[in-house]
Ligand binder design. Sequence first.
Ligand SMILES: Cc1cc2nc3c(=O)[nH]c(=O)nc-3n(C[C@H](O)[C@H](O)[C@H](O)COP(=O)(O)OP(=O)(O)OC[C@H]3O[C@@H](n4cnc5c(N)ncnc54)[C@H](O)[C@@H]3O)c2cc1C
Length: 277
Amino acid sequence: MDLIAVETVLRPRSRSELPAWQAGDACLAGGTWLFSEPQPGTRRLVDLAGLGWPPSALGPEGLMLAATCTIAQLDRLDLPPSWVAAPLVRQCCRALLGSFKIWNTATVGGNLCLALPAGPMIALATALEASCAIWSADGAERSLSATDFVLDPGRNALRPGEILRSLSIPAAALTRRTAFRRISLSPNGRSGALLIGTRDAWGGFALTVTASVRRPLRLIFDALPDRAALMQVLDEAIPETLYHDDVHGRPDWRRHVTRHLAEEIREALSGEAGRCS
Ligand SMILES: Cc1cc2nc3c(=O)[nH]c(=O)nc-3n(C[C@H](O)[C@H](O)[C@H](O)COP(=O)(O)OP(=O)(O)OC[C@H]3O[C@@H](n4cnc5c(N)ncnc54)[C@H](O)[C@@H]3O)c2cc1C
């Protein structure tokens, strides 16, 4: 779509070339959302592609993803076998049901910044305890957890002029067993609920709830709870008003499937050995 209010497109090559922020500015990442609907208030685009960030870096401390890493680049990553959580990366990529054109253009950072409940990169980042590195307008840097980054549908924690630079996933999170469950109202529909369980070597369990709720939640347990305890924690953590309501699912349905998928994940991760999916 032509964005008829846009007057200027800037393509900075380095941080020092980033313009001073002004009202009407928007970062351009893949543009899969930005160019998909009118943006009447947007006068200037700051194209992040020119910054040339390497899409990913692997090291002993974990996995770093540039905000501009595309879904296709993430899906193609070859991760070490000791990172048993690796299949989760692909499962989350495949939860964004777009054509190859969308996959090759949409970015990890754009998915987080858009802050849609059904953002699969939000689910991945939350489940694997990613930390978001943010470039502030004054040249400083700050970091936030993914759960603190996404505030509500379409609302993130960035302040005016701030840019999401990267996500860092700690190696410890990548060595956890995982279980992934997703449901939508139609076979190729947007996620109505997307839940991820993780279990560490000491038996600790965490349940990430996304898509069915307005913002991501990560519920932490010292050990695997029984069904009743899990349901109680879910009910306490998610009041009725936190369930999302849009064309992709009504809150009562989302609550029902969230509880159902949570129990499936609990069962899948109850064994001591073996990989879950
Ligand atoms: C067919 C199709 C299916 C889709 N399915 C899904 C889905 O299942 N779930 C979902 O969540 N979305 C979905 N989307 C919406 C969207 O395409 C994705 O969320 C995508 O990941 C957005 O990334 P992008 O790089 O294209 O972002 P853009 O469109 O470039 O930007 C999105 C927003 O984030 C801001 N932004 C982007 N990067 C940064 C940054 N680094 N720092 C600060 N601000 C930034 C932009 O200014 C803009 O406001 C879908 C879109 C299409 C067309």
